[in-house]
Ligand binder design. Structure first.
Ligand code: FAD
Length: 452
C-alpha cells in the first residue's frame, strides 16, 4: 500500500492514527491557497501553523520519516500526485463546509481514507434511540458519557513505515503544471511572521493540573486564568483529544472532579456534531426569523472597541491585539452584539472568525447562534446579558477591563460596572455607552416577539 498521509488538523506525531497504518507513506502538509488567499499577511494563525508544521517536520525526521510541504490548491496538488501511482490518501475528518466539499472532490481523484481523530465521538456515534441526532445538549451529554469507553481514549502507537522517496526540501508551490521549490520560510507562503503568545502543550497541561480542582468555580472569572488555553491546540491537533482524556483520567484517580472540564470538551464535540448533521447552520438560523438589523455604524463601533461598554470594548481589544478572548467575555460580547445592538449574528461570527486564534467553524457558529437565540438548543431569546452586572460579577476589581482599556485605568472599578455613572460622566479619551441597556433590551424583545 502506497499512501499519501495528509496532515491537517493533527499537527503532531504522538498518538496520531495517521502514523499507525504502516506501509509506504508520503507525509504531506498543504498550505491551502483557497483558505490563505483570504487572510491578511500578518495573520497570527498562519504563523502558529507554520511554526507547528516545522516542529512536525522535525519530529517526523526523528522517526525516520519526512514531511513534504506544499503550497497551492489541494485539488490541483492531488491531481498531480495521482499520476505518481498512490493507492490512497489518508486524513482525519474535518467537518466544516469547505473541508467536506474539498475532501469529496479529492475523493474523486484518489481513494480517500477518513480517520477519526479530531473529536471524541464520531458524528454518527451518539444518536437518539430512533437513530436521529440529538438536538439538546444535556441528553446528548448523558448518552455520550454512558457510551464513553476505553476505546475513545486509545493511544495510537507509531508503527514502522517506509518513506516514499522524493525530494522533501523547501516548500513546493504548484501553479498549474508549474512547480517551484521555495525556501522553508513563512514568506514563501506569502505571509509575515506574527507569532501569537501561546505556550507549548506540556506547560499548559502542567498549569491545568493546578487549576482543574477549581475549574468549575473559577473558569468564569476574568482574573483567575483558570482555563486551559488548549483550544488552539485542539484546533490544530497539537494535542490529541484522546491524550487529554487520558490526562483527565489520571487526574480523576488522584481525586480531582474532572467532570466540569470534560463537559466542555463534550460541548466542543456537540457543536461539531450539529454542524456535521445540519450544515445549513453555518449560515441559517435553526429557529426564528431573527435576522438582526444591518447597521454599519453600530458594527464599526463594536469592531473598533468604542461601544462605551467597558467589558465589551476590553474583550474586542484583547481579540484584536492577541487573537484570544475569555469564554465569558465572548458570551457577553455576542449577547451585546445580537441583542443590545440587534446586529446579525453572522456579522459577529465573521468578525470573530477573522481574529480568533482558536477559530473553529463549529464552535464559533454554534456559539453565536446560541447567543442570538436562533440555534439548536440556544440560550432563550429573552435572556439578555446585562454587561454591567456581568463585569461586576466576573471582573469585580476591573483588572481585565483596565488591562485592555488603559484609558480607564484611573477610574474606580465600581464605576466601570455602573451604567448610569458612565452615561452621565465624561471620561477623557473614552466614549459614553452607545446604548442604554434597558432600552436596548426592550427594543430587542419587541423585535423578537414580532418574529416568533
Ligand atoms: C461567541 C463565542 C464564540 C466562540 N468561538 C470559538 C471558536 O471559534 N473556537 C473554539 O475553540 N471555541 C470557541 N468558543 C468556545 C470557548 O469560548 C473557547 O473554546 C474557550 O474560551 C477556549 O479557552 P480554553 O481552551 O481555555 O477553554 P477551557 O475552559 O480550558 O475548555 C477546554 C476546552 O473545551 C472546549 N470548550 C470550552 N468551552 C467551550 C464552549 N463553550 N463551546 C465549545 N467548546 C468549548 C475548548 O476546546 C477548550 O479548549 C466560543 C464561545 C463563544 C461564546
Amino acid at each position: 500500500m502506497k499512501r499519501i498521509v495528509w496532515f491537517r488538523r493533527d499537527l503532531r506525531v504522538e498518538d496520531n492514527p495517521l502514523l499507525a497504518l504502516g506501509g509506504e507513506v508520503f507525509p504531506v502538509f498543504i498550505f491551502d491557497t483557497q483558505i490563505l488567499d483570504a487572510l491578511p499577511q500578518d495573520d497570527r494563525r498562519v504563523s502558529f501553523i507554520f511554526d507547528r508544521v516545522l516542529k512536525l517536520k522535525k519530529a517526523l525526521q526523528t522517526k525516520g520519516l519526512e514531511l513534504k510541504i506544499f503550497c497551492g490548491d489541494p485539488l490541483e496538488i492531488f491531481s498531480v500526485l495521482e499520476a505518481e501511482g498512490f493507492d490512497e490518501v489518508a486524513a482525519s475528518g474535518d467537518y466544516d463546509a469547505y473541508a467536506r466539499e474539498r475532501d469529496l472532490r479529492i475523493s474523486h481523484i484518489l481513494h480517500f481514507r477518513y480517520l477519526h481523530d479530531t473529536y471524541i465521538f464520531k458524528p454518527e456515534e451518539v444518536l437518539k434511540d430512533d437513530g436521529t441526532p440529538y438536538l439538546v445538549f444535556t441528553p446528548f451529554y448523558n448518552k455520550a458519557k454512558a457510551q464513553l469507553t476505553k476505546e475513545h481514549m486509545q493511544e495510537f502507537t507509531f508503527v514502522d513505515q517506509k518513506l516514499y522517496q522524493t525530494s522533501y526540501e523547501g516548500i513546493t508551490k504548484l501553479n498549474g503544471e508549474e512547480e517551484t521549490v521555495l525556501p522553508l520560510t513563512i514568506s514563501s507562503v506569502g505571509f509575515r511572521e506574527n507569532m501569537p503568545r501561546t505556550d507549548e502543550v506540556e506547560s499548559k497541561l502542567e498549569q491545568l493540573k493546578k487549576h482543574l480542582p477549581v475549574y468549575a468555580k473559577e473558569r468564569d472569572y476574568l482574573d483567575k486564568e483558570a482555563t486551559s488555553q488548549l483550544s488552539i491546540d485542539l484546533r490544530f491537533g497539537t494535542i490529541s483529544v484522546r491524550a487529554l482524556l487520558r490526562f483527565l483520567v489520571e487526574q480523576k484517580k488522584s481525586g480531582v472532579d474532572t467532570e466540569p472540564f470534560f463537559r466542555q470538551l463534550v460541548f466542543r464535540d456537540f457543536y461539531a456534531y450539529l454542524l456535521f448533521h445540519f450544515p445549513d447552520l453555518a449560515t441559517h438560523n435553526h429557529k426564528y426569523r431573527f435576522n438582526g438589523i444591518e447597521d454599519q455604524e453600530k458594527y464599526a463601533a463594536f469592531c473598533e472597541a468604542r461601544t462605551g461598554v467597558p467589558v465589551v470594548d476590553a474583550g474586542v481589544r484583547e481579540l484584536l491585539q492577541t487573537g484570544g478572548m475569555h469564554n465569558r467575555v465572548r458570551m457577553i460580547c455576542a449577547s451585546f452584539f445580537t441583542k443590545d445592538l440587534l446586529l446579525p449574528w453572522q456579522w459577529g461570527e465573521a468578525f470573530f472568525a477573522k481574529y480568533l486564534l482558536d477559530y473553529d467553524a463549529a464552535s464559533n457558529i454554534l456559539s453565536w447562534q446560541w447567543s442570538a437565540g436562533t440555534g439548536i438548543d440556544p440560550q432563550p431569546y429573552f435572556r439578555i446579558f446585562n454587561p454591567y452586572l456581568q463585569s461586576k460579577k466576573f471582573d469585580k476589581e476591573a483588572g481585565y477591563i483596565k488591562k485592555w482599556v488603559p484609558e480607564l485605568a484611573s477610574v474606580e472599578p465600581k464605576k466601570l460596572h455602573d451604567e448610569s455613572y458612565l452615561l452621565h460622566h465624561t471620561i477623557e479619551g473614552y466614549p459614553k455607552p452607545m446604548v442604554v441597556h434597558k432600552e436596548a433590551s426592550q427594543n430587542a424583545l419587541a423585535y423578537f416577539k414580532q418574529r416568533l
